[in-house]
Design a protein around this ligand. Structure first.
Ligand SMILES: Nc1ncnc2c1ncn2[C@@H]1O[C@H](COP(=O)(O)OP(=O)(O)O)[C@@H](O)[C@H]1O
Ligand SMILES: [Mg+2]
Length: 300
């Protein structure tokens, strides 16, 4: 048996809540006993609405946040031991949601891509060649190295952020809502690029999004995160065809519909003011409906 590229076991992160006097009055259970693993070369999709704990998981994998409890292993090695080291940075890199704010506006594209090369002691004489190679990987012309972020579109900026993440040839890429700030057509092209890079460079991906529909053609397995817990996990096609959890059905209901058959398969979710209600609201509505139908059955 091979060691998974990423293994997360019983991972939790609680943030303390303090009152006006600084007294600890409780915890936000941002991540609550989460376990999953990703095989080498696989794409795992982590989906859940805003506030479900996705970014906190990503930040712990990157070593930007310390777990309250649990374990994270990358390529068989616990990150507690490689925390903040170069070795950790060489194994895993992250692409953030907003390409605009993750690139320094005063640096050229080439300078931005060179930052991790410097940090990892890449030989200077080889740098220009490596930068054009990285730009080519993300399908940008080599002369983009001279441009500044404000001269690029959102999709191009995100390609630069991907090139920068690939600079030190990591094995695992954590993508935290990498396409959420982009137009739908641009989103699809960035996903195509990621699929292509994954194959060519033998990468493993943790793909995080509130949008389950993006996982369909990209992730082999998905995990559905709700209030810090994974409520459902399995092969993507199984989860799409036969969701087991109410919350997954809710997320699927917001997936754009492609065909008439899919429309027919779509679970019926009541809309409130034209919006899909939050899971809590939905549970509230269900409880109300059950109560009402109960009342109707009681004569007089
Ligand atoms: N540094 C922090 N201090 C306190 N609460 C936090 C902190 N970071 C995140 N949280 C809380 O943890 C929960 C999960 O947040 P987050 O991981 O950002 O969710 P997501 O990425 O799914 O939107 C939210 O309730 C958020 O308010
Ligand atoms: Mg987030």
């Amino acid at each position: 048996m091979t060691v998974p590229m990423l293994e997360i076991r019983n991972l939790s992160k609680f943030f303390p809540i303090r009152n006006a006097f600084g007294r600890h009055t409780g915890d936000v259970r941002a991540v609550d006993d989460v376990s999953f693993s990703i095989e080498r070369g696989a794409v795992y999709g982590l989906a859940g609405e805003s506030g479900s704990g996705k970014s906190t998981i990503a930040r712990m994998i990157m070593g930007l946040e310390t777990p309250t409890s649990g374990e994270i292993r990358i390529d068989g090695e616990s990150i507690a031991s490689s925390f903040g080291t170069r070795a950790h940075g060489k194994k895993v890199q992250m692409v953030f949601q907003n390409p605009g704010s993750s690139l320094n506006p005063r640096r050229t594209v080439g300078q931005s891509v060179a930052v991790p090369l410097d940090a990892h002691g890449h030989p200077g004489r080889d740098r220009a060649r490596r930068i054009s190679e990285l730009l080519e990987m993300v399908q940008l012309p080599a002369n983009f190295a001279e441009r500044f972020p404000h001269e690029l579109s959102g999709g191009q900026k995100q390609r630069v952020a991907i090139a920068r993440a690939l600079a030190v040839a990591p094995k695992l890429l954590v993508l935290d809502e990498p396409t959420s700030a982009l137009d739908v057509s641009v989103q699809a092209r960035v996903i195509d690029l990621l699929v292509d890079l994954g194959r060519r460079l033998d990468l493993t991906f943790l793909f995080i999004s509130h949008d389950l529909s993006l996982m369909r053609n990209f992730a082999g397995r998905v995990g559905i995160l709700y209030r810090g817990k994974i409520v459902e996990t399995g092969p993507t096609s199984d989860v799409f065809v036969d969701p087991q959890h109410d919350y997954t059905r809710l997320l699927l209901a917001s997936v754009p519909v492609i065909s008439a058959e899919e429309e027919a398969m779509r679970p019926k979710i009541p809309l409130i003011d034209g919006e899909i209600p939050t899971a809590e609201k939905l549970i509230e509505i269900r409880a109300l409906n059950t109560k009402n139908s109960f009342n109707e059955e009681q004569p007089g």
